[in-house]
Design a protein around this ligand. Structure first.
Ligand code: NAD
Length: 317
């Protein structure tokens, strides 16, 4: 496992990070003991960076992660959580709420500090409030030693970049945009570097879409997108390959970001994912999969209050 500094922070993060949303049953039910074992396997494999949020499973992911980390030397891992989002449509970026949210997260995670606190899905908040109220409140917590660094997360890269500069945050987390089907994060990387903003690359499997099993029902991708992903999975299977493996290899091995966050609640997946980091990418298979995904390349989807309304109208939520 290699480690890289996250922007100008002092966080030396593993190239592969543990995404804890599956510990909130976001991708389906799992046995808590298996989730705890997955966290321990990740630590043993050298993964030192864990990303979670109160939103995942309505606080369940933080609770399970806290249980998994109980008794582990706090100096051996880095913990990132989030504020501002408590439910699918429940956002509150007020200073009062986010300060309280951090205290609640610390209790659930069984720690005295978070290494990184992030405003969760900023496209659902008001930029001015985040700049003038949310981030200053989190900076106060930083001066009190409750959090070490402050970042933002979200889907639309232009909004993420603009807000990163306006709010002067330490990190951004972008998801599903440095993958086999979408490379838009690459175009922003140099600017984030110039601004001194650390970049976290999340969801290398496009939130489950780039797997044989496919994405969960709540996935915002179009029918066409999921059809292409299924074709890509078939193309891999025909030659004895695995789309998830190729997707992770591509995302983690070639990403311009400091770390790639993959979600899992299984030790077996952790082992497989760590192992494939050092295996060479099958270039022939990569070309075949890129051909399948070409019609949906860099298209993604929209995210924000208006897009949520559309999904509801279509009966997909
Ligand atoms: P992902 O692309 O990492 O995919 C996760 C899914 O892939 C899970 O169902 C998992 O079981 C499965 N998987 C993992 N390894 C596999 C393998 N080897 N073979 C087959 N399937 C495998 O999506 P994600 O979990 O949404 O993203 C990773 C993490 O990034 C999240 O858990 C979260 O911590 C973070 N994230 C944050 C935001 C945000 O802040 N807005 C958004 C997305 C993701």
């Amino acid at each position: 496992m290699r480690y890289r500094l996250l922007g100008r922070t002092d966080l030396n993060v593993s190239e592969l990070a543990f995404g804890a949303s599956p510990l909130g049953s976001v991708f389906g039910a799992f046995a808590e003991q298996d989730g705890i074992a997955a966290v321990r396997t990740a630590l043993d494999a050298g993964i030192n960076f864990f990303d979670v949020a109160p939103y995942y499973g309505a606080t369940a992911a933080e609770t399970v992660l806290g249980r998994a980390l109980r008794g582990v030397d706090r100096g051996t891992y880095l913990l990132a959580s989030k504020v501002g989002r408590d439910g699918r449509a429940d956002f509150d970026f007020s200073a009062r709420r986010v300060k309280r949210s951090v205290t609640e997260s610390l209790r659930r995670l069984g720690t005295a500090h978070l290494d990184l606190i992030q405003c969760h899905d900023i496209e659902f908040g008001h930029p001015t409030q985040i700049v003038e109220e949310t981030v200053p409140a989190l900076r106060e917590l930083q001066s009190e030693g409750l959090v070490r660094h402050v970042g933002i997360t979200g889907y639309p890269l232009p909004e993420l970049a603009q807000l990163a500069v306006r709010a002067g945050v330490d990190t951004v987390l972008s998801y599903c945009q440095y993958t086999l089907h979408d490379r838009r994060l690459a175009a922003w990387e140099e600017r984030f570097r110039e601004w001194g903003v650390g970049v976290i690359n999340a969801s290398p499997l496009a939130m489950g879409a780039l797997t044989r099993r496919g994405a969960p029902d709540w996935h915002p991708g179009s029918f066409g997108f999921h059809t292409r992903c299924a074709e890509a999975a078939d193309a891999c299977e025909v030659v004895g390959g695995d789309l998830a493996k190729l997707a992770l290899q591509f995302s983690a091995q070639t990403t311009p970001a400091a770390t790639t966050v993959i979600g899992t609640s299984s030790s077996e997946e952790v082992r497989r994912n760590v192992a494939c980091l050092t295996e060479t990418i099958d270039q022939e298979l990569l070309v075949a999969v890129e051909t399948c995904l070409a019609p949906v390349r860099d298209q993604g989807w929209t995210s924000g209050p208006a897009a949520e309304q559309d999904l509801r109208r279509e009966g997909r939520l």
